[in-house]
Design a protein around this ligand. Structure first.
Ligand SMILES: *Cc1c(COP(=O)(O)O)cnc(C)c1O
Length: 390
């Protein structure tokens, strides 16, 4: 059996262990401490300085707090992109609110602005204005944020950017996670950088971020005894995890470059196969971190499953795209505005191994298995001109 090739595995730099050691040496083994503050500053600086950052225990926790801070309550409705990971939508239900799902569009595979507006108008017509909009930058590709923000402002509905997969991506030169009213990032083990597990809530509104820190640490009122006038949560990031994060922030630009190089490699490798289309940036406005390289299978010569099973047989991890939320058993019956774009992407899309720690040998192995499957059977040598990975 060939060695396992993962979809996206943690990739440590050189400094993470030293930061963690420092936490041990100074006994800051707690859900607060200098690394937590430092990691927040690193992120703030990376995002351009105009935002505040609260480091939290996960991206899911950050989304939950974003909804709490925006006042989402039982009985409310929240609009959410349908094609995404369940963690984008589940916190709506934690609040007792109802998700209203919206289809994707062809260019970015993220929330379709037209269906968003249709959903808003229809919910208002039915008597309930949505309390928030959750838009996701899937696989690192920025959503059409300018258009989405224009619509959201017009109807005066706050926007939460789920940028869990998109740290380092920009739209019109601006970092994703700086467009919405509140944004979230994830540092889970499979993301572009990791703290082993963690997340962050980001906003230009310092009151929101202070509230996030307050709610994330059990909502302790200022008093010498334990007094609470809010329901709190235990959602803060630990100082150990933040130490890993500080090391990872130092090499984030290199990680983005590696993932983009992976994408370019796959794009060149599949250039002659019209049935395999890579998810490209639609225009120079979009700069994706290409967290995962995603291909769409067109035509009927082979299916997404043919490729996935061939890769699995050689111990190579690949994954269908996120199954849309409106097709999930747990969200059966939830309102949905759209057509079949998300469904089609799910049916035909495959995420390929995309880690920044993949070797050229790994990447060549992935491509070779795919060449075999599409019965082109070209050898790596035949393609060396396209497979130069400088
Ligand atoms: C990973 C992810 C999350 C959840 O982040 P965690 O840190 O794992 O809780 C939310 N949304 C999207 C789109 C994700 O990919």
């Amino acid at each position: 059996m060939n060695p396992k090739i993962w979809l996206s595995s943690p990739h440590m730099g050189e400094k993470e262990q030293a930061y963690v050691q420092e936490a041990f040496d100074t006994n800051w083994i707690a859900p607060l401490g200098p690394h937590v503050n430092g990691f927040e500053q690193d992120l703030k600086h990376f995002l351009g300085g105009d935002v505040e950052v609260a480091a939290l225990s996960s991206g899911t926790a950050a989304l939950h707090l974003a909804l709490v801070i925006l006042g989402v309550q039982a009985g409310d409705e929240v609009i959410c992109q349908s094609m995404t990971f369940a963690a984008s939508a589940n916190p709506i239900v934690y609040q007792g609110a109802t998700p209203i799902f919206v289809d994707s569009e062809e260019l970015t595979w993220n929330m379709c602005p037209q269906f968003l507006e249709l959903a808003i108008c229809d919910r208002i017509r039915l008597g309930k204005k949505p309390k928030a909009i959750i838009v996701v930058h899937l696989y690192g590709m920025p959503a059409q944020m300018v258009e989405i923000m224009r619509i959201a402002r017009h109807y005066d509905i706050p926007v939460i950017e789920d940028a869990a997969e998109a740290l380092g991506s920009t739209y019109q030169g601006k970092q994703v996670g700086t467009f919405g009213d509140i944004s979230i990032f994830s540092f889970n083990g499979n993301k572009i950088i990791t703290t082993s597990g963690g997340g962050a809530l980001v906003s230009a509104n310092a009151t929101y971020v202070n509230k996030a820190r307050f709610l994330a640490t059990q909502a302790l009122d200022p008093a010498p005894h334990y007094q609470h006038s809010h329901i709190g949560y235990n959602y803060r990031m630990s100082n150990i995890c933040a130490g890993i994060g500080r090391g990872q922030m130092e090499i984030l630009p290199a990680r983005v470059q590696s993932r983009r190089d992976n994408f370019s490699f796959y794009q060149r490798a599949f250039g002659d196969i019209s049935e395999i289309q890579c998810g490209v940036e639609p225009s120079p406005d979009y700069h994706s971190n290409h967290w995962l390289t995603v291909v769409l299978i067109a035509g009927d010569r082979f299916t997404r499953e043919d490729l996935r099973l061939a890769l699995t047989a050689d111990n190579i991890d690949s994954r269908p795209l996120w199954k849309p939320m409106h097709l999930q058993p747990v969200y059966e019956g939830a309102p949905y505005y759209g057509y079949d774009t998300a469904e089609r992407l799910f049916k035909n899309g495959l995420c390929l191994p995309s880690g920044s720690n993949l070797t050229h040998e790994d990447l060549n192995r992935v491509v070779s298995r795919i060449y075999e499957t599409v019965a082109m059977r070209q050898t790596f040598e035949d393609h060396t001109s396209k497979l130069i990975f400088e």
